[in-house]
Design a protein around this ligand. Structure first.
Ligand SMILES: [Zn+2]
Length: 160
């Protein structure tokens, strides 16, 4: 199927003018390829997401390897190993959220990652630094997150 060289609209071989932009097609070579459109952009976005997922997966594996290395070297006991791994895992997830936010500029895009990763990191920190008594900090953090989120949503849609 040929396409208008001016606007990219589909045309037929014997059209004299493009039906969309009225560009004269007489004696013009027609484009055989479609212009970049929304579908192409969506595909690209999906590829970008796949890339991000791969990088996150790689980071987690690297962190798991590092945790084992520290354990094998005797720097971490087995009790600390789980906590340190969770702490790193949480930070990686938070990083993913900040990354999504920095790319889209939309707070919501990274919010779930930051909150989820933050909790995983806090639990990891709790295990590795014996913060058994500190678990209420999780509740305080959750409350703060809810309040900040509500305030941000309000500043985006100010009340009349
Ligand atoms: Zn056209």
């Amino acid at each position: 199927m040929p396409y208008c060289p001016n606007c990219g609209e589909e045309i037929s071989e014997d059209d004299e003018y493009c039906s969309k932009c009225r560009y004269s097609l007489k004696g013009r070579p027609v484009r055989r390829v479609r212009r970049r459109d929304e579908k192409d952009e969506k595909d690209e976005k999906r590829e970008e997401e796949d890339e991000k997922a791969a990088i996150m997966g790689g980071l987690v594996v690297i962190w798991l390897g590092l945790s084992f290395l520290l354990q094998n070297a005797g720097i971490l006991g087995w009790a600390d190993f789980g906590g340190v791994f969770l702490l790193g895992l949480g930070l990686i997830i938070v990083f993913r959220g900040l990354w999504a936010y920095s790319q889209s500029g939309v707070f919501e895009h990274g919010f779930g990652y930051v909150v989820g990763g933050g909790f995983v990191a806090l639990i990891g920190a709790g295990i590795s630094f014996d913060l058994d008594e500190w678990w209420p900090v999780l509740l305080i953090a959750l409350g703060l997150v809810v309040v900040v989120r509500a305030l941000m949503a309000r500043s985006e849609n100010p009340l009349p």
